[in-house]
Design a protein around this ligand. Structure first.
Ligand SMILES: [Zn+2]
Length: 318
């Protein structure tokens, strides 16, 4: 395992999964991605932290953070991974902390790594739950997302992956009890995607945010995103006063870091782009707004200008 890859994810790691070689592409049967680290967040609550960078053959599309709650009736998995092999890697990572199988999968949104592993866990008998809006988004964008995923992680990477939507859906909110664990699901998007939801554990005061919260890396604003309602979704999470935040990207953290790196960035971007609009500037001017205060976040160089352009195109119509 590469030292650099380990250090990146190890800062708060309780367990680093798998003594496997770092070159997943050399071993088609390799189930465990070496960068998928399991961090203990609270008793029986874990964050599975994937790499911050783009999807690749090495990360199997698992370039995100997933959540797990071990109950006396199986594991509740928050988001199922970016491919069937990605789902298998998640399952292998979970095996380092529990013997329980995944009995429930919750998709927090419509982006590929939130749901491309559904069929893998469904075939093993898991319940799959998502918001109606997330399923609508998955239905609309699934084929396109799969084509991009295939390009990025390769034919080997997507092998065995079939797209499968949650059979159990909810409109705005759902309370579920699994074993003796209580969960609240709330659809609060559009944020990064139209159906973004969070999962709240009221007893442990842990929130799994999906793509509503990014830390450690710069968040992405896409054509499917809405930066204005994203801030409202964030406010709903902040109102919970969570003790722990398991973000959709980055390491498990507290609300303060989530505010600095997601909320404050969105506010900054909208203010800067809003000023360009006020001044009659165009999309090119918007792309060049000053975002230096957030340049410490990973993937800044790849994504910051595109984010500003995307926010510009949206704010033109607000
Ligand atoms: Zn994501």
């Amino acid at each position: 395992m590469s030292i650099a890859a380990s250090l990146r994810n190890l800062l708060t790691a309780a367990v680093l999964v798998a003594a496997t070689p770092a070159f997943a592409t050399e071993s088609p049967d390799l189930a465990v991605h070496p960068d998928l680290a399991v961090h203990k967040v609270a008793e029986n609550v874990y964050a599975l932290v994937g790499p911050l960078e783009q999807r690749s053959p090495a990360n199997l599309g698992n370039n995100a953070t997933f959540g797990a709650v071990v109950t006396d009736a199986g594991v509740i998995l928050i988001d199922s991974g970016g491919s069937a092999r990605g789902a298998q890697a998640i399952e292998a990572a979970l095996a380092s902390v529990t013997d329980q199988p995944v009995s429930v999968v919750i998709n927090t949104g419509g982006q590929d790594h939130r749901w491309f592993g559904n069929a893998y866990f469904k075939a093993k008998g898991a319940r799959i739950i998502a918001s109606e809006a997330a399923v609508a988004d998955q239905t609309e964008r699934g084929d396109g997302q799969f084509a991009v995923m295939r390009t990025l992680i390769g034919e080997d990477g997507v092998a065995g992956t079939t797209l499968s939507h949650a059979p159990e859906t909810f409109a705005d909110a759902l309370e579920v009890t699994i074993g003796s664990t209580r969960l609240e699901l709330r659809k609060v998007g559009p944020a990064h995607t139209p159906g973004d939801s969070f999962v709240w554990l009221p007893d442990q005061r842990v929130v799994f945010t999906g793509d509503i919260v990014y830390v450690d890396r710069m968040l992405g604003v896409g054509p499917q995103s809405d930066s204005r309602t994203w801030l409202e979704a964030f406010a709903a999470i902040a109102a919970l006063k969570p003790a722990h935040v398991v973000p959709g990207h980055g390491r498990a953290t507290d609300l303060a870091q989530a505010e600095r790196e997601t909320r404050d960035y969105l506010i900054h971007l909208r203010a800067k782009v809003g000023a360009v609009l006020e001044a009659g500037g165009d999309e090119t001017a918007a792309a060049s707004v000053d975002q230096a205060a957030f340049s410490h976040l990973a993937v800044f160089d790849e994504i910051s200008r595109r984010n500003a352009q995307q926010v510009f195109m949206q704010m033109e119509w607000e």
